[in-house]
Design a protein around this ligand. Structure first.
Ligand code: KIV
Ligand code: ZN
Length: 513
């Protein structure tokens, strides 16, 4: 049995479908390229039958990413499998991933099928998918709550039909590590042809055990793990890529398995995802949280100063975390600017650097010291978060003690410029009213908060909004030294995400894995 663990990343499928993490095609392509640099083995790019937008994104990723397998998810219907194949067929190494639930709870209440019908469906689907490619993964949804003997029968049938990977998901994050490795051992010993396929696990984190269950799976004989960057995913998320990879890396003495991951790309990947989605990583998140390498307690600081290994089991540099803080300003040249962006993990084209450098100079005219956080938001807003529909062109606000706050806003809406003005109880209210009038949005503002990116009165204001329309909620982020401009950008970012969701809203909730 090989000791290589296949890293199957589902950030762009299971991760992207969780609230707040939806991305447009350009954002997905950015992230996919970074995942390729991270050297994952398989990239699950989406669920092509769920919407036209998902189909198009998977198709573009499949065309672009050449050194990593690209997978498309499908239920067992021919329509789903056709869509998955249609989207991934131009990949250098395409994989069709079909799934059906196998637990009695799902059979009875969701599928309304008996066990034999489920086996037949699975076999039919794998055989149909096999017409397109040899590379087929079969997943038994809710596997961890399925009858163990039935699960083994389903896997045996799927492998006989041609599945090359069989995946055992802990769909609802119910498993406990010891119990999960027992289940895996049972499946291995009761699936006679298991040696013809790679056994995989896919864990959710509802009880905070996704990484523990995944490692238990590896110890029990699993050779593929399904993970997401920052552990994003349905509900409490999926197994986090960085936790599993760094556990294997740090504890090689106990877990003698290899991955092809370039660990130096872990932090840039985590950071890129946070920048694109605007959702920060929780500070105490293992491996990639802001506090993961911070030592507060005096005794710890003393120990680390004497010898790092007293309290540090990983080096920040191993995950690509650059701890040098460099301050830039209006005299900094293009060369230094490009180098600093590279240090922060952004390998951008010359065209992007030219564009950003102009914006950097504009910012440096307003703000004396430009720190890493300022550069990050510049990249996020100008390059990573590509607007789908609305872009702020111009904003003028009048407010004060002796006037009715009024905002004049110019927006570019799919190439056309529109302008209007409105009043409000304050300058932000006036700005939002004007944007709402121009866009005709019926969304409700659920949450609004302003933070400062760094210290000082010249710090950039960082605004977060949460908006809701027709049951769909999105987050919007905006940053600017002027908090009214930051607020406008945040609202517009939220509206762009809402538009994106509306265009991709045919995803059936009941089958989202
Ligand atoms: O959680 C799950 O069961 C899934 C499957 C589709 C693999 O996401
Ligand atoms: Zn899942």
């Amino acid at each position: 049995m090989t000791d290589k663990i296949i890293i199957f990343d589902t950030t762009l499928r299971d991760g992207e479908q969780s609230p707040g993490y939806s991305m447009n095609t350009a954002e997905k392509l950015h992230l996919a390229s970074q995942l390729e640099k991270l050297r994952i083995d398989v990239l699950e790019a989406g669920f092509p039958s769920s919407s036209e937008g998902d189909f198009e994104a998977v198709q573009m990723i499949a065309k672009k990413i050449r050194s990593v397998e690209v997978a498309g998810l499908a239920r067992t219907s021919k329509k789903d499998i056709d869509a998955a194949w249609g989207a991934i067929k131009e990949a250098a190494n395409p994989r069709i991933h079909v799934f059906i639930a196998t637990s009695d709870i799902h059979l009875q209440h969701k599928l309304k099928m008996d066990r034999n019908q489920v086996i037949n469906k699975a076999v039919e689907a794998v055989k149909y998918a096999k017409k397109f490619t040899k590379n087929i993964e079969f997943s038994a949804e809710d596997g961890s709550r399925s009858d163990r003997d039935f699960l083994s029968r389903v896997f045996e049938a799927a492998i006989s039909a041609g599945a090359t990977t069989v995946n055992l998901p802990d769909t609802v994050g119910y498993a406990i590590p010891g119990e999960f490795s027992d289940l895996i051992a049972h499946v291995i010993s009761h699936t006679p042809n298991i040696g013809k396929a790679i056994l995989s696990v896919h864990c959710h984190n509802d009880l905070g055990l996704a990484t523990a269950n995944t490692l238990a799976g590896i110890n029990a004989g699993v050779r593929q793990v399904e993970v997401t960057v920052n552990g994003i995913g349905e509900r409490a998320g999926n197994t986090s890529l960085e936790e599993v990879v760094m556990a294997l890396h740090t504890r090689r003495n106990y877990l003698p398995y290899l991955t092809t991951i370039d660990t130096k790309e872990i932090y840039p990947s985590s950071h890129l995802l946070a920048m694109i989605t605007g959702i920060p990583v929780q500070p105490n998140k293992a491996v990639v949280g802001a506090n993961a390498f911070a030592h507060e307690a005096g005794i710890h600081q003393d120990g680390v100063l004497k010898h790092k290994t007293t309290y540090e089991i990983m080096e920040p540099a191993t995950i690509g975390l650059d701890t040098n803080r460099i301050v830039m300003g209006k005299h900094s040249g293009r060369h230094a600017f490009r180098d600093r962006l590279k240090g922060l993990g952004y390998d951008l084209s010359e065209g992007d650097i030219d564009h950003l450098f102009k914006r950097f100079k504009e910012l440096a005219d307003k703000k004396k010291e430009i720190v890493d956080e300022d550069l990050e938001v510049l990249v996020a807003e100008e390059i990573l978060r590509v607007p789908d529909t609305y872009r702020l062109k111009y904003l003028n606000v009048i407010s004060g003690t002796a006037t009715v706050p009024t905002a004049t806003v110019q927006l570019e809406i799919e190439g056309k410029v529109e302008q209007d003005a409105e009043f409000g109880v304050g300058p932000i209210d006036a700005t939002f009213n004007t944007i709402a009038k121009i866009t005709g949005t019926e969304s409700k503002l659920l949450h609004f908060s302003i933070d400062s990116l760094t210290g000082g009165t010249d710090a950039q204001g960082s605004v977060t909004v949460r908006i809701e329309e027709g049951g769909a909620q999105t987050l919007g982020k905006g940053n600017d030294p002027d908090i009214i401009v930051a607020s406008a950008k945040a609202f517009i970012n939220g509206l762009n995400r809402l538009e994106h969701l509306k265009r991709n809203s045919s995803f059936p909730n009941s089958s989202r894995g």
